[in-house]
Ligand binder design. Structure first.
Ligand code: NAD
Length: 468
């Protein structure tokens, strides 16, 4: 084992939590070492998560448009998808972005180590390099940003027909019959990709509704569209047994009655678990909670004062943008600044078609807390822009404090809803009241007007919906 030089900040994991922490710390003048098994920064989000799935979902939305085009007087042939070409385009998107991050790291003189790190004590770690050699490193402070891994279901057979989202994104083939277990973010996003590619998709969700916990008004509109695209959506249903047979996987489902069906492939998307094993956390007294997430304070500092944790490994919500902000807070704290991670609203987007986007307080949480709120709704059927896009299947919803009009939560469903959410999140962060948004001139015709009109409806003065 070789003896290594010291670093101010050792960042373990170069995903959307780790690389922003490393980049920001370097900008603040720290000597930074960033460790990750991949050739460049990016993590699961860039290599096999958010980015490749969004590249595919972009193609899906194009395929949906082609299908609808005849209604607009445009006759196009039935599209043929070349899976290999599609996979290679998706790969080029990933390469371009991850290489770009590699360059940005070099420009900041960050030492990027391809390998893994294991903490030995509060100021030392062992690096296992990609070639297999080991080297010691001394650090002043460290950030653990090791992310999460896909959860599995116990008792599943060991079969090449069973995929996680990672394998599903490889697009190795187009299964004729695909079972998706889990009606959450990944199940619905990738389920829609495979449905658009021609698979007959069945989704099984054990809770009474898909996207459990998400606003029902919004989910209802998405579900109506999914019902046309998927072969079936079985809620309140679990997989009881799965057996490899000659022509696929024979699956027994248990819900409202029992049934059996055979599938060519099964994708499991039942949540993710923190990736905290093998990092040496137990050797440095970093405390974890019952679910295995690292416990952190407002600065993202763990129970070991020289060690921070950010991103999925430090708890829900498991979202790249939450990880990035935590990473920047940890870097500033490591550089001696007085900072805290204290968002008023974290945005959530399901990149299905239509997209579901939400930030701030939900109706359910408001009801549970007994807070008096007023909810306004602007259906996209009343939006000129949504109708010109031939996508009136949308809704913008605003939750305000009943007395003061302070905006507490905003939800939307509709094509491109995720792009609109930034304004709503900013409004909540800045403590805006409904009039702040309602009196702001929004460009016509854009979907952003739906937010303005939902805000105007708080005072019952929306132009395109009746206040009565
Ligand atoms: P998820 O938590 O969103 O959904 C998992 C679903 O599986 C849940 O609805 C759950 O009730 C269901 N489930 C669990 N066990 C089951 C079983 N045995 N049978 C049937 N259903 C079962 O998790 P995911 O879709 O795997 O995504 C993982 C994480 O990745 C999420 O927490 C999410 O934050 C993140 N993610 C985010 C985005 C995004 O921001 N757009 C996209 C993909 C993933």
């Amino acid at each position: 084992m070789s003896k290594d030089k010291a670093t101010d900040l050792l960042v373990i994991g170069a995903g959307p939590g780790g690389y922003p922490a490393a980049f920001h710390a370097a900008d603040l003048g720290l000597r930074v070492t960033l460790v990750d098994p991949e050739p460049n920064p990016g993590g699961v989000c860039l290599y096999r998560g958010c980015v490749p799935s969004k590249a595919l979902l972009h193609v899906v939305s194009f395929l949906h448009d082609v299908e609808q085009a005849s209604e607009w007087g445009v006759r196009l042939g039935k599209p043929e998808v070349d899976l290999r070409r599609l996979a290679s385009w998706k790969h080029s998107v990933v390469e371009r972005l991850t290489k770009g991050l590699g360059q940005l790291g070099k420009q900041r003189r960050i030492r990027y180590v391809r390998g893994t790190a294991r903490l030995r004590d509060a100021h030392h770690a062992v690096l296992e390099l990609a070639g297999g050699e080991h080297t010691d490193i001394a650090f002043e402070q460290a950030v653990v940003a090791t992310g999460s891994v896909a959860a599995s279901i116990p008792g599943m057979p060991d079969s090449p027909r069973i995929m996680t989202s990672r394998q599903a994104l490889d697009l190795a083939d187009r299964p004729e019959r695909l079972l998706v277990i889990g009606g959450g973010y990944i199940g619905l996003e990738l389920g829609q990709v495979y449905a658009a590619l021609g698979s007959r998709v069945t989704v099984v969700e054990m809770q009474p509704e898909i996207l459990p916990g998400m606003d029902r008004d919004l989910v209802h509109i998405l579900r109506k569209r999914l019902a046309k695209q998927f072969a079936s959506i079985r809620t309140g249903t679990k997989v009881k047994e799965m057996k490899e047979v000659a022509d696929g996987l024979r699956v027994s489902l248990e819900g409202e009655g029992e049934s059996q069906a055979t599938f060519d492939k099964v994708m499991v998307a039942v949540g993710r678990q923190p990736c905290a094993v093998g990092v040496g956390l137990e050797d440095v007294n970093v405390e974890r909670n019952d679910q295995g997430f690292i416990e952190v304070d407002a600065q993202r500092r763990t129970s070991a004062p020289s060690i921070f944790a950010v991103g999925d490994v430090a708890g829900a919500p498991m979202l790249a943008h939450k990880a990035t902000h935590e990473g920047r807070v940890a870097a500033e704290a490591a550089a001696g600044q007085r900072v805290a991670f204290a968002p008023r609203a974290i945005p959530f987007v399901v990149f299905s078609d239509p997209e579901i986007a939400w930030c701030g307080l939900s109706e359910e949480a408001a009801a549970a807390s007994g807070r008096a709120i007023r909810v306004t709704r602007f259906p996209w059927g009343a939006s000129g822009r949504a109708v010109t896009l031939d996508r009136p299947d949308g809704l913008t919803k605003m939750l305000c404090d009943a007395e003061t009009g302070r905006i507490l939560g905003v939800g939307m469903v509709g094509r491109g809803a995720g792009e609109l959410l930034g304004e709503a999140t900013l409004a909540i962060e800045m403590g805006a009241v409904a009039d702040d948004v309602g009196l702001t001139i929004h460009t016509h015709p854009t979907l952003s007007e739906t937010l303005m009109e939902a805000a105007q409806a708080f005072g019952q003065h929306s132009t395109h919906i009746s206040g009565r």
